[in-house]
Structures are given as C-alpha cells and as structure tokens.
Design a protein around this ligand. Structure first.
Ligand SMILES: [Zn+2]
Length: 415
C-alpha cells in the first residue's frame, strides 16, 4: 500500500522533473542541431509524452555522418572539457560522448550524493578502483565522485590482478569498485596466492557493468570472499549514473530527481515490465530525451522500507532486451542462469552459447571448471528445477573464456 506521504513525494518529484526538463529543453531547442528538428517545447506531461523515443542506432548514425562528435551538442565545442566513449561491447561502433564542466559536475554529484550515499560510503573511506582507466566513462566518474565525497580515491589502473590485490591490502582500502565478475576473479587469484581478502579492510563493494550484485548467489559469493556488504549500481555512458541498490537488497532505485524514467512494452506502449526508457535532467551539453536503454526491467512503486521514495527496479536489471533467449517456449535471461551457476563453487566462469535451430534457440551452458572431467549432472538438475527447462552443460578448462574486467558477455552466438 502506498501512503499519502509517498504519493505527495511522488508528486513533488514529478513537479521537479518537469521544471528541470522545461529549463534545459529551452536551451536545447535554441542551439542543439541534433534535437532541434526532433523535439518541441514542453509545458506539461502530455507534451512530454508526444516527444519521440530515441535509440542508440540514431546516435551512431549521427556520429558517423558528422564525425567525430556528432551533432548532439548544445554549446560550442570549446565549452566541452571531457571526451569519453562507450566500450563497444555490444558489437556496435564505440559511441563518443562529450561533457561540459557543468555536466561533469552533475555526474559527480549523482555519484557522491546518491550512489555512494546509498551504500554508506563516507569521507573516511579509502575507495579502490579495480579498473583499467581506459576511455570508458564509468571508471572516471566513479573515481571523481569518490573524490567529491571527500573519500580517498585510489586508482587500480595498469595493474595485474595480483598487484591490485596486494595494493588494496597494503593501503588499507575499505571500499572496492569492480565488475562482479572481476571481483570474483580477484577472489580466486587471492586464494591461489594464499592472500586472504576476507581479512582485508574492505567493508563495502560496489558493482556495475553486469547485473551480478543484484543476483543473490553472485552477491553472496562476493560478500563471503571479502567479508563485505555488496551494492549494485546502474549507469550508461549515454545517460549518466541512473540507479543504485539499497539496504533492502531486492532491487535498484532509479534516481528520479535527475532523470525521467518510463517503461515500454515491445510495441512501445507504457508498461510496468519491459524496456527502460530514460531522459536525463542535468547533462544539457549532450542530453538524451526518451532514450531506449535496451535494458529489460520490472518496476514497483511500493514504498521501500529503506526510506527512498524513488521507483524500484525489482531484482535489478534483468538483462539486455537482446539477451533474452527462449527454450521450449520459456523466456529466460542470462541473469537467471547465473543465479543457479554461482551456487556451484566449482564453476569459475561461464557463458551461454546460443544457436538458432529451425527458429528455436538451442542453448548450451559452457562452464570453466578446475577439473576438466568434473561432473555437471547436479548443475544441470538444478537448472532444470529452477528454470523448468533442460540446458546442457559443456566443461572447458579454466582460462578458456575471455576474462571480464569491463563487462562479461553472458550470451554469445555459437561459432
Ligand atoms: Zn530501498
């Protein structure tokens, strides 16, 4: 049940969103070549709902036709102070993204005042970033956000896994940022080296790039390895930092004071479950309006006992809309398989191989195990019981699957 207070705070957020949108849109309509022809002025929510949705393909096409930066620029080029680019992990061309001093400050504010705040990071913390610090925006914004909060920000760039483990222990890091896959890889490596991560000072871990920290068994594995509490975070180069998990550990709050979020079904109609669509409200140098994120979510407006009034993505982001696969009529996401796989400690890494046979998906779970002839019947039985379909497993030696520091791709087309 939603209380009157909850309704009042939802109304206040809606009013704030509209006010921010109208202020920013005025400038965008004046001088942003990409949006000028696409958008109209907005005075109320009806006008907003008539704005067209935008997909990544349009941004890629615009950048290809107007190299190197595209036309989504509200201000003269000299006003932009940072250039980043997407990882290109989905097989697309990397997308370049420019930020102004103002929009970068907006990123850092969201990290400091929402993402770190929700996890309980304080100025007394030492935050270790187990990232390469390449051109991907997530590393730099997380780092800058920790600095803005007043915490000590420690780069783990250009280090081997062993160097990172030794470094974070030596400097007494209390917070670790890494992808879930990489956090587990570090834990495996630490065990090999007889270095105990559980006795390190790490008390919190924050994860992004994959849904892992919202998947109960993956989160438990990380928490056990580090003796820490793990949080999930969502964000995109194109949009900004969009959400974080909370003390209730059952989903992700979307930061509605800085974005407008919508969910649409496959036909583009409003829905409670479907694709997440987002509009940012503070990155006016290169904004996005009604951007289709490609993430499949299910939303709940139930009041959360953590006290946040922001809408919740139940169970975290389920996966990319494109990663859904269908086995005997059952729609599944790799995250559901991951939840089962991570309960089997013998499995180091895994990937789903998909092959289309007569318009049907045939999926094989490829698992890395320390022993090449390890039996998989218990894993197969657990998958069958949890998912209601049969997925067969193939064991490969450890080191066969590509290591994932950035984002592990959990479903690939069979060679
Ligand atoms: Zn909550």
């Amino acid at each position: 049940m939603r209380s009157e207070t909850a309704q009042a705070s939802e109304d206040a957020v809606r009013a704030l969103q509209l006010e921010k949108l109208r202020g920013g849109l005025r400038q965008v309509l004046k001088s942003n070549p990409f949006w000028r022809g696409r958008l109209h002025d907005v005075t109320g929510w009806d006008d907003f709902e008539r704005l067209p949705m935008t997909a990544k393909a349009e941004l890629l096409a615009d950048q290809a036709a107007n190299a190197p930066f595209g036309t989504n620029l509200t201000f003269p080029l000299e006003d932009y102070t940072r250039l980043h680019q997407t990882s290109g992990s989905s097989g697309d061309q990397p997308l370049r993204w420019l930020d102004t001093h103002q929009s970068w400050a907006w990123w850092l504010h969201i990290w400091a005042d929402h993402v770190y705040q929700a996890a309980g990071v304080t100025p007394a913390d030492r935050v270790f970033f187990a990232f390469s610090f390449g051109p991907f925006i997530g590393f730099w914004s997380a780092f800058g956000g920790a600095e803005r909060l007043g915490a000590m920000a420690i780069s783990g760039g250009a280090m081997t896994t062993e160097q990172r483990i030794r470094n974070l222990r030596d400097v007494g890091a209390t917070v670790l940022l890494a992808t879930p896959t990489y956090a587990l890889r570090m834990a495996d490596k630490a065990q090999e080296l007889h270095l105990d991560l559980a006795s390190s000072d790490i008390r919190l871990t924050i994860h992004a790039g994959e849904p892992g920290a919202s998947i109960p068994s993956t989160r438990s594995a990380i928490e056990a390895a580090y003796m820490a509490v793990s949080f999930d975070h969502t964000g995109m180069t194109e949009l900004g930092p969009t959400g974080h998990s909370c003390t209730q550990r059952d989903g992700i709050h979307l930061i509605e004071s800085e974005f407008i979020f919508e969910v649409v079904d496959t036909k583009g109609r409003p829905a409670l479950e479907g694709e997440l669509v987002a509009t940012n409200l503070g990155r006016w140098g290169s904004p996005l309006f009604r951007y289709r994120t490609g993430d499949h979510v299910s939303l709940s407006r139930e009041q959360c006992s953590c006290g946040s009034s922001f809408v919740k993505v139940v169970g975290g982001i389920r996966g990319r809309v494109d990663d859904m696969f269908t086995v005997r009529g059952v729609n599944l996401y790799p995250s559901q398989v991951e939840d089962i796989v991570r309960r089997h400690s013998a499995v180091r890494e895994f990937v789903l191989e998909r092959r289309a046979v007569k318009h049907m998906d045939e999926v094989v779970l490829v698992v890395e195990m320390a022993e090449a002839d390890a039996p998989t019947d218990r894993l197969e039985a657990d998958l069958r019981q949890a998912l209601g379909v049969r997925i067969s497993c193939r064991v490969v030696p450890v080191g066969t699957l590509p290591p994932g520091e950035l984002k592990a791709k959990r479903i690939v087309n069979a060679p």
